[in-house]
Design a protein around this ligand. Structure first.
Ligand code: CA
Length: 223
């Protein structure tokens, strides 16, 4: 999962960034709309934390652009405005949630999880295959499979987005801290490890390659 933090209050954005990293969310921080537009143009985001008042304009004016790039990207507005009218204005502008400053960080994380539908029910269970992202554990027919690190994260991301084709670029953005600094080749390496360490010994197929488009989680594969 990747989050863009658009917040000009440096101490707050640092606290958010560090806290979200501890909760395993990749994130980028920008302090103004211009930089936000730049990042929105090069990376894919699952969620945006958007401050209202920024040095070069109003955060809520960006919501429309965010939703045009990706309708599925959730937007949570963070604002010092605590009046009812502002909250209504933000939600009407397309925000998915509105959090008044100052806020409790734990509450924010829970709201993020709710938006990403990635809360306590994040254990993926498909027939005899169980993927537990929190414990980085895969169980198949009651036996644990040794698959950790990036291959595990790639498998989990694809399983969460099953029925969808996920591009290499989307996988890089979601899982690698600085996606531009690695070659897309790392995805192939991770997929290969999933196939070698898991699919092959278990004689199953979990991920299929969709030519030129990316990968799709396909377990259980119909014969
Ligand atoms: Ca501000």
């Amino acid at each position: 999962m990747r989050i863009l933090i658009i917040e000009d209050e440096v101490s707050l954005s640092k606290m958010l960034s560090d806290g979200l990293k501890d909760s395993d969310y990749q994130n980028d921080v920008v302090q103004n709309l211009a930089d936000a537009r730049y990042f929105l143009g090069i990376r894919n985001y699952d969620l945006i934390l958007l401050d209202w008042m920024l040095p070069d304009g109003n955060g809520i004016d960006l919501i429309n652009e965010i939703k045009q790039i990706s309708r599925k990207t959730a937007v949570i507005v963070l604002s010092a405005r605590d009046d009812k009218e502002s909250e209504i204005e933000a939600l009407r502008a397309g925000a998915d949630d509105y959090i008044k400053k100052p806020f409790d960080f734990e509450i924010l994380v829970v709201r993020i999880e709710a938006k990403l539908r990635f809360g306590d029910s994040n254990i993926i269970e498909i027939e005899n295959l169980i993927i537990n992202p929190e414990e980085e554990k895969i169980i198949y027919n009651n036996e644990e499979i040794e698959l950790k690190g990036k291959p595990f994260e790639v498998l989990t991301h694809l399983a969460i987005h099953k029925d969808q084709i996920v591009s290499k670029e989307q996988l890089l953005d979601a899982i690698w801290e600085e996606p531009e600094l690695v070659t897309p080749n790392v995805i192939e390496v991770a997929i290969n490890q999933i196939r070698q360490k898991m699919d092959k010994p278990l004689n199953i197929t979990t991920i299929e390659t969709v030519r030129r488009r990316g990968y799709r989680f396909c377990f259980p594969k119909k014969a």
